[in-house]
Design a protein around this ligand. Structure first.
Ligand SMILES: [Zn+2]
Length: 555
C-alpha cells in the first residue's frame, strides 16, 4: 500500500512539474531555500598566536583534510590584519567576535590598570561570581568587562534564545570573550593537579553531566605521554635546529630538544598545566569540543547555533620555544590533524555543507629578537628598569613631586590626576612635556599623549592602530611605541603585542555552507569577521561593530 501511495505521489509531482504549474513549486522551493540558507552551526576557530606564514611555511607538511581543506574548498583572505595595538589575546578574541577594536569594546589588554579603582584588573576576572567545577579562583570569570556584543550575542537575541552558544578554550579569556554575554556556557581548562574543564556561576550552578563525565574519563591523563615529532625530525626543514640558543624549554630538562617525557616533566611544570604548552592541549580541546557538539546537540536543527573554539597551545609553545622552533612546527602539523578530525566530525554530526567555519588568530608573534640579531636584523630587548629610573628622576625634578605616576603597564603611563590638579598644573601640559622627554630615550620610537589620541583622527600607520586601541575611559595618559623588534621579554621564546606585521598579519579562512571558493590579496581587517558572519546570518551586527562586510566570500 505504501509503495502504491508513493508511486501515485511521484506520478502526481511528475505531472505537476510537466504541467507548466511551475510558479507554486518554485515559490515553495524559495521559501524552503530561505529557511535553509542559514547554516545549522557556525564554528569560530581562533588559533592563539598563529602568524599568516604558518599556513605557507608548513604547507608541505599539512594533510588534505585540515588547513588545506579549508583553503581548497573555502575562501582564503591572504592579507588579513589586526587594525589596532596592543595585539594581545584578550583584545584579539574580543575584536574577532565583536567586530570592533578596544576603542569600543573596552578590552584594552589582558590585564590593565583600572583608573577608577586604582588597581590592575584581568580582562575576564570577576570576583562577583563563584567557580564551577573547581574551588580554585580560576573559575571566577565572566565577560562583563567587554562593553559591546559579540555576533554570538546577536544570534541569541535574533533567535529568541533558541540558538545556542558554547565557548571552549584552554584559556578562560579565549572561551569567555568570544561566546559573549548571553552564552549558554563557556568552558576553560584548569591544570595544576586537577586537569579539568571548568566554568563559573555566571553561566551555571554546576557542570552538566557530560562535562563531569569528560573530566572523570582521564582524557587529560591520557595526554601525559612522550611528545616526539610526528614525522622524522630530519624532514622538518622549515624550522631551525632542534638545539639552539633561542628557546626556553621545560623545568627538569637541560635542553629544549625532543623527545619530552610529559608525565615525568609534569611534576616540575605545574602538573596538568604542562599540557597547555604541548600540541596535546589542542588535541584535548578538540576532544572536548566534539563532546560538546554531541551532548549539547549543536547544529541539530534549523536554528543556527554558535560554537567558539580557541586553540591556546600554539601560543604557549610559541612563547616557550619561539617562532622558528621545531616544537612550533610539530605543534602546527599536529593541529592540522586535529582540525581534520574536527571537520570530519562536523561532517558526520551536523552534515557536510550544513555548517560554516571561520579560522583566524588573535595575534601573530615576533621571531626571537636574539635570533634576529644573529641574522643581522635590527632587534633587541628593552631595558625597562633604566627607562623607569630616568623617567622618575625627570618627573621629580621637573614637577618637584615624586607622586605623579600612578601606573605603567602595556606601554602606557597613567598619571595621578589628583596630584597634578593640586599642584595647579594643566594635565595636557604635563602630558606634552612628558612626551618630549620620553622621545629622547633609548629604544623609544614614538610617544603620544592621550589628548593627541582624542583630538586627532588618524587613518593610516601606527597612529591609527594606536587610536583604534585607545579607549578614552580606560587607557593611559601617555602611550609609548618601542623601536621595531624591541620587546620586553626573556631572551628566549617569542612574544607579541606590537603593530608590526609579524604581530598583525594572521590567517583568515572561511569554509562551508554559503562560502565561495577563492582567495584575495585585498586587505581585510579583524573586525570584518563578525560583521561578515552577521550579514551572512541576516542578524543584527554586534552593537559596536566597525568592520566591513566581506561580501566577496559569501556565495
Ligand atoms: Zn593569544
Amino acid at each position: 500500500m505504501k509503495k502504491i501511495l508513493s508511486l501515485i505521489a511521484f506520478v502526481f509531482i511528475f505531472i505537476s512539474c510537466g504541467s507548466q504549474d511551475q510558479t507554486i513549486i518554485s515559490s515553495v522551493n524559495s521559501v524552503e531555500a530561505k529557511t535553509n540558507s542559514r547554516p545549522k552551526l557556525v564554528v569560530g576557530i581562533v588559533v592563539d598566536q598563529m602568524r599568516y606564514d604558518y599556513l605557507t611555511r608548513f604547507e608541505s607538511k599539512y594533510g588534505e583534510g585540515g588547513f588545506k581543506r579549508m583553503i581548497n574548498e573555502g575562501f582564503n583572505c591572504k592579507n588579513n590584519h589586526f587594525n589596532y595595538v596592543p595585539t594581545y589575546t584578550g583584545p584579539g578574541h574580543a575584536s574577532i567576535y565583536t567586530g570592533t577594536t578596544p576603542k569600543y569594546h573596552g578590552i584594552i589588554g589582558n590585564n590593565w590598570y583600572d583608573k577608577t579603582i586604582k588597581k590592575m584588573v584581568y580582562c575576564a576576572g570577576d570576583d562577583n561570581v563563584e567557580p564551577v567545577g573547581t574551588t580554585n579562583k580560576a573559575g571566577k570569570m565572566t565577560p562583563r568587562r567587554m562593553q559591546t556584543t559579540s555576533f554570538a550575542d546577536e544570534n541569541r537575541l535574533f533567535t529568541q534564545g533558541q540558538g545556542k552558544t558554547i565557548g571552549i578554550s584552554l584559556k578562560d579569556r579565549g572561551a569567555i570573550l568570544p561566546a559573549g554575554h548571553t552564552a549558554n556556557a563557556a568552558y576553560w581548562f584548569h591544570g595544576r593537579d586537577e586537569g579539568s574543564w571548568i566554568s563559573s556561576s555566571f553561566y551555571m550552578n554546576e557542570l552538566p553531566k557530560w562535562v563531569t563525565d569528560f573530566n572523570t574519563s582521564e582524557a587529560a591523563e591520557s595526554y601525559l605521554k612522550v611528545w616526539n615529532t610526528v614525522y622524522d625530525i630530519s624532514t622538518y626543514t622549515e624550522s631551525g635546529t632542534d638545539e639552539n640558543n633561542f628557546e626556553g624549554g621545560f623545568k627538569g630538562k637541560d635542553k629544549a630538544t625532543f623527545p619530552y617525557d610529559l608525565e615525568a616533566l609534569s611534576k616540575e611544570n605545574r602538573g596538568f598545566d604542562i599540557l597547555k604548552a604541548t600540541p596535546y592541549g589542542n588535541s584535548l580541546t578538540t576532544d572536548f569540543a566534539m563532546a560538546a557538539i554531541k551532548a549539547e546537540q549543536l547544529g541539530q536543527d534549523n536554528i543556527t547555533d554558535i560554537l567558539t573554539v580557541s586553540f591556546s597551545s600554539t601560543d604557549y609553545v610559541g612563547h616557550n620555544f619561539g617562532v622558528n622552533s621545531k616544537e612550533v612546527e610539530d605543534t602546527y602539523i599536529r593541529l592540522d590533524k586535529d582540525l581534520e578530525r574536527f571537520l570530519n566530525y562536523l561532517d558526520i554530526t551536523v552534515g557536510k555543507g550544513e555548517y560554516t567555519v571561520f579560522l583566524t588568530a588573535d595575534h601573530g608573534a615576533i621571531d626571537v629578537p636574539s635570533y634576529l640579531q644573529s641574522m643581522n636584523i635590527p632587534a633587541g630587548y628593552l631595558d625597562n628598569k633604566a627607562t623607569k629610573t630616568r623617567f622618575e628622576e625627570y618627573v621629580s625634578s621637573k614637577f618637584n613631586n615624586s607622586n605623579l605616576i600612578e601606573n605603567v603597564s602595556n606601554n602606557q603611563i597613567f598619571l595621578n590626576r589628583v596630584a597634578i590638579d593640586s599642584l595647579g598644573l594643566n594635565i595636557n601640559d604635563v602630558q606634552e612635556s612628558m612626551v618630549n622627554e620620553l622621545i629622547a630615550y633609548k629604544n623609544v620610537n614614538k610617544v603620544f599623549s592621550a589628548s593627541t589620541m582624542t583630538t586627532s583622527n588618524f587613518s593610516t600607520g601606527i597612529e591609527s592602530l594606536l587610536q583604534n586601541g585607545y579607549n578614552q575611559k580606560r587607557s593611559g595618559d601617555i602611550i609609548l611605541v618601542p623601536e621595531s623588534n624591541y620587546i620586553s621579554y626573556s631572551k628566549t621564546g617569542s612574544t607579541h603585542g606590537s603593530g608590526l606585521n609579524h604581530d598583525t598579519h594572521v590567517p583568515l579562512l572561511f569554509f562551508g555552507k554559503g562560502i565561495k571558493h577563492g582567495d584575495t590579496y585585498n586587505k581585510t581587517v579583524i573586525p570584518d569577521i563578525a560583521t561578515t558572519i552577521s550579514a551572512f546570518l541576516g542578524i543584527s551586527f554586534p552593537n559596536g561593530a566597525t568592520g566591513e562586510v566581506l561580501g566577496f566570500v559569501i556565495d
